[in-house]
Design a protein. Structure first.
Length: 84
């Protein structure tokens, strides 16, 4: 089971801030999880599309698409943030 967080714009676009998900066995890393969520279609496909700038953190550390996932991980999806 993964605890998935959607922050900032993504929370608004998806109408969801958090969910617990038990992904299929083929979801092994961040890229697989993103593709799994995109496959839901609708707002998910649009908000997480390949061309969209989305950052990911696993257990509160920035993660690459190749970062492996394990049961109990917290995965946060959020847009890039710029400072001023």
């Amino acid at each position: 089971m993964l605890n998935i967080l959607y922050l900032a714009r993504l929370r608004e676009d998806l109408g969801c801030s958090e969910e617990m998900l038990s992904p299929p066995h083929e979801v092994r890393n961040v890229a697989d999880l993103r593709a799994h969520l995109i496959a839901r279609g609708g707002a998910w496909a649009e908000a997480l599309a390949a061309g969209r700038a989305v950052r990911v953190a696993v257990n509160q550390e920035m993660a690459a698409s190749s970062t492996l996932l394990k049961a109990g991980d917290e995965v946060a999806f959020f847009p890039p943030v710029t400072g001023g």
